[in-house]
Design a protein around this ligand. Structure first.
Ligand code: ADP
Ligand code: MG
Length: 688
C-alpha cells in the first residue's frame, strides 16, 4: 500500500465509508495518514464527585438516581438524569436522546466522562458526557485516544479503525534523513512519527512525532521554494516592461491618496517589472493596508505593455470580489483592459470561451483561483503572476504556478505578518516590500471581549449600529448544531464527545431573525453552500441588501465591505489569534468607527489570549505576543489556521525547527544541486 492507494481498496472500508471519507476530502491512504488528530483524549482514573474540579474534563463513576425526565426545547429534546456517588451529585443532560432512559436505568452504575460544569449556586452538571460500562472504560483507561476533526456522518471510531488499517500495510518510502542526520537534528524516523502522531502512548510520543512532521513540512516547503528560485535565480529579464502613463493617470484620479508605504511599494514594483532581473517580490501588509490597488496597478501596467497579468486568490468569493472591483474601476476610469474571471465553478461553455480568450491574448487580465494554473489553461503571453493572500496557498498550488510561470515576474501578497528574518529563511533572498501603515482616514478599531452571558448587550449594540445604516458580521465556529446520531461511539453506548456546545450559523441566523424586527435583513454564509449561492450572499451584503451577515470563517480572507463596522465573533476562544486578527480585519476598512466584539464561552476563565487582541490592532505585535504566551512547541494550544498550507507547522512557534530544516535543505542542495525532485512528493502524504 502506498499513498495513492484508493481507500475503497483497503480492507474493511466499504463503499459507504469511502463516500464519507470523500466528503471529508480523504481519497487515498496518504490522505488518511496526513489527517492528523486535532487532539487526544486522556482517559484518567475515575474520581469522586467531591474530588472533581469543575470546568475540567473529569471521569466519574456514578449511579443513576431515579428514572430521568425528557423535556422539549424548541426543535430538540433534553433528557435529564440525576446521578451520584457517596460524595456528591451531578445532573446529566443529553440532547435528542430520550432513548437513554432505557440504558441509564435507576440504580445502574456507569462511567461518565466530560466537562464538569457548575451553576452559580454551586450545583454540578454535565452536558453530553461520554458514557461507558465499567468494563469498556477499563479497556481505554490510562491511554491517549486520538480525536479527529469530523464531518456529518463520519465517526471518530471509523477514522481510528481505517488509519490503523492503513498503518499496518503501508510501505513508507526510505527516510530522506539517515540515522546520523536524524540524531544531529534530534528527530525520530518518519514512519515512527506517523505512527506516534496517531497512536501515542505518552505526551512525549506526541511531542517527538510533531517535531519530525513539522520538520518535514518546513523541509518540503523550503526545498520547493529554493528549487523554484534556482530556476529563476538572477534570471535576466529578457523583456523589461515600460512604465505606462495610464497607471500614473489612475493614481491621480483615485478618490484617495496612496499612503507613503503604497507609493514606495509601487515604485519598487514598477522598477522590478522594467528592470534587468525577473521580479520575485513579497508584498507584506497588515489587513486593510491597501494591497489590492497595487496589484491592480501592476496588472494594468502589464496589460499596457501588451502582455497578460494573472491574479490568483485563495477563494472563489475573493476572486469574484477582485473581478468586480477591477471591472468597476475600469468602467469608471475608462481603462482599456479586458479582464476575465476563471474559477472552478465557471460552467463548461463559459470556461471554453475564457480559455480561448486567454490563449488568443484577447483577455489581458486574468483573475481567478488556482484554476488559473491548471494544465488546460494556455496563456498567450503571460507577463506577471500575482498571488493574493499568499500564505493561504500550499506547496502544491505553488508548484502548478511555477510550471506556468517560469521566468515570469512574480508578486506575492500576504497579510500574515512574517518577521523579515523568518521570511528570508522561508523564501530565501526574495525582495520584500512592506506596508507598515494603514490609510490615514482610518480610525483604530475599538475592541471588547465579553462572556457569552452578556450577548444581549452585544446584540443591542449591533441593532443600534444597523439603525445608523452600518452593516455587521457575526462569525460562528460551526455551520449546524451537532447531531447526536453522528457522534462517536467507542463505548458501545453513546459518546457525544467532549467538544462542548458551540454556536452555529444555522441556529444563530434563526435566533437573530426572531429577536430583531423584520425590517433588519439577516443573511447567512458558510462553506457548505454552493459557490453560486455563496457569491450571491456576498454580493447582497456588498450591495447593502443585507444588514447582518452570519457566517463561518469563510469570510476570513480578503473580503472588503467598507460599510461593515461591527464584527461579532462567537466562541472566540476556539480560534487562533492570528485568525481572529484576520477576521477582525473585515471591519475598519472605511472612514467610520469600527468595533470588534469577542464573545467567549461562559464559565471558562477569561482567555488571556483575547486580551492581546483587545489591546492591539497590529498584526506583528499580536503574532509576537501570541508566541510569548504559547511558548514554542505548545502541543495542545489553539493553532494558527493553515498558514502557508502547513498542516501542523507554525512559523512562529516552530521557528527553531524551521531554521534547522532550512539549514538541512541548503546542505543537501550544496551536495547535489539537482536534489529533491522526488523528495517533496514523498514527504507530503496528501494527494489532493
Ligand atoms: P488589504 O491590504 O487587506 O488587501 P484592500 O486592498 O482590500 O486591503 O484595501 C482596503 C480598503 O482600503 C479598500 O476599500 C481600498 O479601496 C481602501 N484603500 C486602499 N488604499 C487606500 C488609501 N491610500 N487611502 C484610503 N483608502 C484606501
Ligand atoms: Mg486583500
Amino acid at each position: 500500500m502506498n499513498k495513492f492507494t484508493k481507500l475503497e481498496e483497503i480492507r474493511g472500508v466499504g463503499e459507504k465509508t469511502s463516500a464519507l471519507f470523500a466528503s471529508r476530502g480523504l481519497f487515498t491512504a496518504g490522505d488518511l495518514i496526513a489527517c492528523y488528530p486535532t487532539g487526544y483524549d486522556r482517559y484518567d482514573d475515575p474520581v469522586n464527585v467531591a474530588e472533581a474540579r469543575p470546568w475540567q474534563i473529569v471521569t466519574l463513576s456514578l449511579s443513576v438516581i431515579g428514572g430521568g425526565s425528557t423535556a422539549r426545547a424548541g426543535k430538540r429534546t433534553i433528557t435529564h438524569f440525576q446521578a451520584g456517588d457517596r460524595t456528591g451529585k451531578v445532573r446529566l443532560s443529553f440532547f435528542n436522546m430520550p432513548y437513554l432512559r432505557g440504558t441509564l436505568s435507576p440504580g445502574s452504575r456507569h462511567i461518565f466522562r466530560g466537562l464538569l460544569k457548575t451553576t452559580k449556586t454551586g450545583l454540578y452538571y454535565m452536558e453530553q458526557p461520554q458514557i461507558f460500562t465499567p468494563e469498556k472504560y477499563a479497556a481505554v483507561q490510562n491511554t491517549m485516544q486520538p480525536r479527529y476533526s469530523l464531518t456529518k456522518g463520519l465517526k471518530n471510531q471509523t477514522l481510528v479503525k481505517a488509519i490503523r488499517q492503513v498503518l499496518e500495510g503501508y510501505a513508507f518510502p526510505a527516510d530522506y534523513l539517515d540515522e546520523k542526520e536524524r540524531k544531529e537534528y534530534g528527530l525520530i524516523g518518519q514512519a515512527e512519527a506517523v505512527r506516534k502522531i496517531h497512536f501515542p502512548l505518552t505526551e512525549e510520543d506526541v511531542r517527538s512525532a510533531r517535531r519530525r512532521l513539522i520538520f518535514d513540512e518546513f523541509f518540503s516547503f523550503i526545498l520547493t521554494v529554493r528549487r523554484q528560485k534556482a530556476q529563476a535565480q538572477d534570471t535576466e529579464n529578457l523583456r523589461p516592461m515600460k512604465e505606462v502613463p495610464l497607471t500614473q493617470d489612475l493614481i491621480g484620479k483615485l478618490p484617495f491618496q496612496l499612503t507613503q508605504g503604497q507609493q514606495k511599494a509601487w515604485k519598487e514594483i514598477q522598477k522590478d517589472l522594467s528592470g534587468r532581473h525577473v521580479m520575485n517580490r513579497l508584498l507584506q501588509g497588515d489587513v486593510g493596508s491597501g494591497k489590492t490597488i497595487l496589484a491592480f496597478l501592476a496588472l494594468i501596467m502589464t496589460a499596457g505593455n501588451g502582455r497578460q497579468g494573472a491574479l490568483m486568490a485563495p477563494t472563489e468569493v475573493l476572486a469574484g470580489q477582485h473581478m468586480k472591483a477591477l471591472c468597476e474601476m475600469a468602467e469608471k476610469y475608462d481603462l482599456p483592459v479586458h479582464p476575465v474571471l476563471l474559477t472552478g465553478s465557471v460552467k463548461a461553455r463559459e470556461r471554453k470561451k475564457i480559455y480561448g480568450e486567454i490563449a488568443s491574448g484577447k483577455a489581458d487580465i486574468i483573475i481567478g483561483t488556482h484554476a488559473l494554473f491548471q494544465e488546460a489553461v494556455e496563456y498567450h503571453d503571460l507577463g506577471l503572476v500575482i498571488t493574493d493572500e499568499q500564505h493561504r496557498f500550499g506547496v502544491r498550488q505553488r508548484e502548478g504556478l511555477a510550471d506556468k510561470g517560469k521566468e515570469v515576474p512574480v508578486l506575492v501578497m500576504s497579510a500574515t505578518p512574517i518577521p523579515r528574518t523568518l521570511a528570508i529563511i522561508l523564501y530565501g533572498d526574495l525582495q520584500i516590500s512592506e506596508l507598515r501603515e494603514l490609510p490615514a482616514d482610518r480610525l483604530p478599531i475599538k475592541n471588547l471581549a465579553m462572556e457569552q452571558g452578556q450577548r444581549d448587550k452585544a446584540l443591542r449594540f449591533l441593532y443600534r449600529q444597523v439603525l445608523e445604516g452600518r452593516q455587521v458580521y457575526v462569525i460562528c465556529p460551526a455551520v449546524e448544531p451537532p447531531d447526536p446520531e453522528d457522534m462517536e461511539d467507542p463505548s458501545g453506548l453513546i459518546s457525544p464527545g467532549t467538544s462542548g456546545e458551540m454556536e452555529n450559523v444555522t441556529d444563530y441566523t434563526q435566533m437573530l431573525r426572531e429577536v430583531f424586527p423584520p425590517q433588519i435583513r439577516i443573511d447567512s454564509l458558510h462553506g457548505r453552500m454552493k459557490s453560486a449561492d455563496k457569491e450571491a450572499a456576498m454580493e447582497r451584503f456588498a450591495a447593502h441588501e443585507t444588514d447582518i451577515l452570519v457566517s463561518t470563517t469563510v469570510i476570513e480572507v480578503g473580503i472588503n465591505v467598507p460599510n461593515a463596522t461591527v464584527m461579532l465573533v462567537e466562541n472566540a476562544e476556539r480560534f487562533g489569534l492570528s485568525q481572529l486578527h484576520q477576521i477582525r480585519g473585515r471591519v475598519g476598512r472605511g472612514k467610520d468607527q469600527s468595533y470588534c466584539i469577542f464573545l467567549y464561552a461562559q464559565g471558562k476563565d477569561r482567555p488571556e489570549r483575547l486580551d492581546i487582541l483587545v489591546k492591539n490592532n497590529d498584526g506583528f505585535t499580536i503574532a509576537e505576543e501570541d508566541l510569548k504566551l504559547r511558548g514554542p512547541g505548545d502541543i495542545f494550544g489553539v493553532r494558527q489556521s493553515g498558514d502557508l498550507g502547513f498542516i501542523m507547522a507554525d512559523i512562529y512557534a516552530d521557528s527553531g525547527v524551521m531554521k534547522l530544516a532550512a539549514a538541512c535543505v541548503d546542505r543537501k542542495l550544496a551536495k547535489d544541486s539537482a536534489y529533491g525532485a522526488g523528495i517533496v512528493k514523498s514527504v507530503d502524504f496528501r494527494t489532493i
